[in-house]
Design a protein around this ligand. Sequence first.
Ligand code: NAD
Length: 502
Amino acid sequence: MTTHSAIPTVKLLINGQFVESTTSQWRDVVNPATQEVLARVPFATTEEMNAAVASAKEAFKTWRKTPIGVRSRIFLKLQQLIRDNIKELAAILTAEQGKTLPDAEGDVFRGLEVVEHAAGIGNLQLGELANNVAGGVDTYTLLQPLGVCAGITPFNFPAMIPLWMFPMAIASGNTFVLKPSEQDPMVTMRLAELALEAGIPPGVLNVIHGGVDAVNLICDHPDIKAVSFVGSTKVGTHVYNRATQNGKRAQCMMGAKNHAIILPDAHKQQTLNNLVGAAFGAAGQRCMALPVVILVGEAQSWLPELVEKAKSLKINAGCEPGTDIGPAVSCSALDRISSLIEQGVREGAQLVLDGRNPQVPGYPHGNFVGPTIFSAVSTEMTIYKEEIFGPVLCVLQAASLDEAIALINANPNGNGTAIFTRSGAAARHFQEEIDVGQVGINVPIPVPVPIFSFSGSRASKLGDLGPYGKQAVQFYTQTKTVTQRWFDEDEVGGPVNTTITL
Ligand code: NAD
């Protein structure tokens, strides 16, 4: 039997040092395919969290004045280090989170793209200048860093989402306190090690661990100027309200219930393959998954083929080659998914594919649930209303594109959506009428690359500016507008002027 002392502990990162927490409150980090305890993560004490913020505040004094080229080169180095270590990072991620190794590499890669983008901060943090706004007067803007910023991240992308946050914040001259998900903090810590190796100075990046108390401390701490959050709608709403009431900037990217629309003129095989990948990949634990599909008109006859394709997916541990679907992140996630499936049956939806209790040789204790499909789903049912965050697809029907659009716009969430069609006119109509942040046209998971920013509408987002891209630079900086005039030595002073002209 493993004793607690033999299990590695996850460290805090405070002022450039990886330190052991003195807390008495710990949580196990568990491999969801095997239930093996991989590590123990601390819930940091208030003193430790305050020390992290204090070190970020102190480091800001010099970091804010660090030349662009120095900041930029650190992220150039970091992108190389991530590239060099991507297999190791993916293996850590798969062990603690469960997703397949190729998907874990994708998780790291989508974060790496933001690091590459942060390396171009010199072109992103440019102000504007207007020459001669009055005689001999120029006005220009400076985009200056805010100070200490903080990030709170979810379990489902433990590499990508921390990388959405700290590279852009730090590249634009801020210092940072990150609180990763307590369910899978290990890959995030490996990224923090690489960030220090790349040259991020002590105090510029700090990492604390914990749950509710850590999140509330971040929202309340007077020295933290801005909070980035990604996670569920319930927690994100709490973070937004609490942080903004305390005068901070906040950006909260939250829950989802993304719908796909399939029109009968769509490319059938491509569409069904894309839908199956997006509904069941990563065991449905993506905020941009497609857990609802609306089959329009004749496309309603495609259901049997959809079910056959879903049946062909391989359920296994994420580290096994050829796996399509790994385990749910935790036993409680599996219980929640299973009970929602039961509720769907009770409420009268038709269970056309039941993925519960799959047999996975070699992994009898994994949190596995296979592809599950409900047809005859109505918008009143719990399986439609709740974010299941598992490999469960709800199939709805509509007679027309406009009926399908109305359905999506009536759902409270507005994170992502996709339409499959060969009609440019239908796609454009969809693009114009749909009230959702990320829109895919024959693209199932339209997560924008970092030259754009991630978005969201209605209950999926609070705050104006999104993570990464141009919007992140605006979020992490304060615009200062300078209006200047210089007098020539021999200029004769005019009369005192008491009106408001320049
Ligand atoms: P979560 O909201 O449970 O946790 C997110 C963070 O909040 C974690 O760091 C956690 O420690 C903390 N937290 C949890 N409960 C808390 C509480 N009661 N009070 C204060 N803090 C608390 O989310 P999760 O389960 O880790 O992630 C899945 C959710 O994230 C889904 O809803 C998914 O749609 C969403 N998500 C959204 C996006 C997006 O960009 N919109 C991206 C990824 C995930």
